[in-house]
Design a protein around this ligand. Structure first.
Ligand code: HEM
Length: 295
């Protein structure tokens, strides 16, 4: 029977490979950056890197904190981009909005991948520090709620968890009461002459959007003649892409949670995985999905 090990040959290092330190001679390095700014001070690294404060001595708590913080940072950039998208759509400048939506899609790609890192945490690892979290939960992420409100999941009950934080509460309420990206998109359809019901162009924006057959019919017209309506077609596809990726994030979160805590109740007080499964049914841009059946 052949042995499993192959023969070993000693490779000689090619001549152009260097080991040890990079030769810095000839480089004009700013050893003492002047002007009062360095990499660390520009990025506020002291503050950023001292914001990880585990409550236990369990080694895996650091991963748990970092992954949440990284997600919050990506959400911050996403909100920044989406605020721009909203403004551009309001002023009928769709091309600049596409550039920002493309960036948002890449960020979402990063966020979806991040579950791979978190899934290296076993149930035992997590249970070693879970009690320290008390009642804190991602459910209280106000950036996540802002994102949902901006995209169109107008569930006013959800801001109540921020009642004790007046500034955050006021900001969330403002976003809740403003048109979402989809509301603004439907208004663009109206401005372009599509037959959109009046109560979809002006309404109480804090209420959930109700799908309407006329809006689906307008999208159908767009899809049936993409050459005439190319930018609306592109906007529709970019929004579907955004929602698709949002769903992928939600699904990966739910599955990671199931893998780590099974069907235990969440620290935020919900039923846990069953709650997260319900959230999978939410849709931001309903007619953009239903029109696909009609195409
Ligand atoms: C061990 C890892 C994690 C577990 C066990 C976990 C568990 C849960 C549970 C059970 C909920 C439902 C609310 C509750 O009752 O607490 C929830 C919600 C949530 N989690 Fe996580 N989570 C984890 C990681 C993360 C990470 C890394 C993020 C990134 C920020 C995150 C963000 C959220 C958000 C935004 C919600 C609200 C979702 C919604 O209301 O639709 N979670 N999580």
């Amino acid at each position: 029977m052949p042995k499993c090990s192959g023969s070993i040959t000693i490779a000689v290092m090619p001549k152009d490979v260097q080991t040890g330190a990079v030769d810095l001679s000839g480089e004009k390095i700013h050893w003492k950056p002047s002007g009062g700014l360095s990499y660390g001070s520009y990025l506020n690294l002291e503050q950023l890197l001292s914001a990880q404060k585990p409550l236990s001595e369990c080694p895996d708590e650091m991963l748990f904190i970092v992954i949440h913080q990284v997600t919050e940072l990506w959400m911050k950039l996403t909100l920044h981009e989406l605020t721009g998208v909203l403004r551009q759509i309001q002023s009928d400048e769709l091309n600049p909005a596409f550039k920002m939506l493309a960036r948002v899609a890449r960020i979402q790609g990063q966020l979806i991948l991040s579950w791979d890192v978190l899934s290296t945490m076993t149930p035992l690892d997590f249970m070693s520090f879970r009690d320290q979290l008390l009642q804190s939960s991602g459910f209280q992420s106000y950036q996540y709620r802002t994102l949902e409100f901006m995209l169109g999941n107008k569930n006013k009950e959800l801001i109540e968890v921020h009642r004790e934080e007046p500034e955050i509460y006021a900001r969330l309420k403002k976003t809740l009461e403003a048109p979402s990206i989809y509301d603004e998109t439907v208004r663009v359809l109206a401005r372009r002459g599509f037959d959109i019901p009046k109560d979809r162009v002006e309404r109480d924006w804090s209420e959930p959007y109700e799908p309407h057959a006329d809006v689906e019919a307008a999208w159908l017209e767009v899809y049936r003649d993409v050459e005439t309506h190319w930018d609306l077609y592109e906007l529709a596809e970019k929004l579907v892409d955004l929602e698709h990726k949002f769903q992928q994030w939600r699904f990966a979160h739910m599955k990671t949670v199931e893998r780590i805590i099974g069907h235990k109740r969440g620290t935020g007080g919900t039923s846990g995985v069953s709650y997260l499964q319900k959230a999978l049914g939410l849709q931001f841009f309903p007619e953009l999905w239903s029109v696909r059946t009609a195409i």
